[in-house]
Design a protein. Structure first.
Length: 259
């Protein structure tokens, strides 16, 4: 049996077994279940089931006035005509299909993580984005994920992470010390401090088309909302906080102009 013809019929909506039965009938001209079974190399019980389906779809007909039930396949041009009709109908409905896709875009996708492993996996995704905007307390992050700051710095130095990131951090001395190390990295980091963040328990991040909100306490969790519309609406709020933040501070070794 011609494999190319079998594949073509499968691409046209036939199952592999349906294609075998149809091709067998074309070769036979007309045939009984036994003859079809032998040529299609399929068992008789399945032939009955397949023939019933092909008859319903109009691709096979049962011959009348035969002592033994016999069948014949319709001309292959009927299959081509059916495909043309389907293609025409699909083309006419294409705008409706596209409108459904657009509706789907407006619905935000929400991801929730409440384990440290789940939170870290999302952090990995953030760090591989190009221009993330972080509002973070890195001391609190270090307590939840010991060694995470060192790992982030090492991965940036190795080129594993390459985020040209903006960091909005609290004004305490420990966060400033970490910021000093960030400023030495080969990928430019912009850092500003905002006193109002000193008592905040939440971290925020904007990256790509996502907003992430994290609580790093005894029971940490993270919520990621994927929505272009939401990120577009939230960005001006982040920019306002960035504009209000101080550009530098007086601390040894830190160049205020770089912040």
């Amino acid at each position: 049996m011609d494999n190319d013809l079998l594949k073509l019929l499968e691409q046209s909506g036939f199952t592999e077994k349906e294609a075998r039965v149809y091709l067998a009938l074309l070769e036979l001209g007309q045939g009984t279940v036994t003859e079809i079974s032998q040529l299609a190399e399929l068992k008789r019980p399945i032939i009955y089931v397949i023939l019933e389906g092909l008859i319903k779809r109009g691709y096979v007909s049962e011959l009348p006035d035969k002592k033994i039930n016999s069948y014949q396949a319709i001309d292959p041009s009927a299959i081509l005509n059916q495909l043309k009709i389907t293609a025409k109908n699909f083309s006419e409905m294409l705008p409706i299909f596209r409108s459904l896709r657009n509706k789907g875009k407006k619905q935000p996708k929400i991801t929730y993580g409440e384990t440290k492993e789940g939170i870290w996996n999302i952090y990995e995704e953030m760090n591989r984005s190009e221009r993330p905007f972080f509002i973070s307390n890195y001391i609190r992050m270090e307590k939840c994920f010991p060694g995470s700051v060192e790992k982030w710095i090492n991965n940036v130095q190795k080129g594993i992470y390459r985020p040209a990131a903006r960091h909005l951090i609290p004004s305490d001395a420990e966060n400033k010390k970490i910021a000093e190390r960030f400023l030495q990295l080969p990928v430019k980091q912009e850092i500003r401090i905002l006193e109002e963040l000193n008592g905040s328990q939440m971290d925020f991040a904007l990256y790509e088309n996502k907003l992430a909100i994290t609580l790093l306490e005894d029971k940490p969790f993270i919520v990621v909302i994927e929505s272009e519309e939401l990120v577009k609406s939230m960005r001006p709020i982040f920019e306002l906080a960035w504009g209000k933040a101080r550009v530098g501070w007086k601390a040894p070794g830190i160049n205020p102009r770089a912040l």
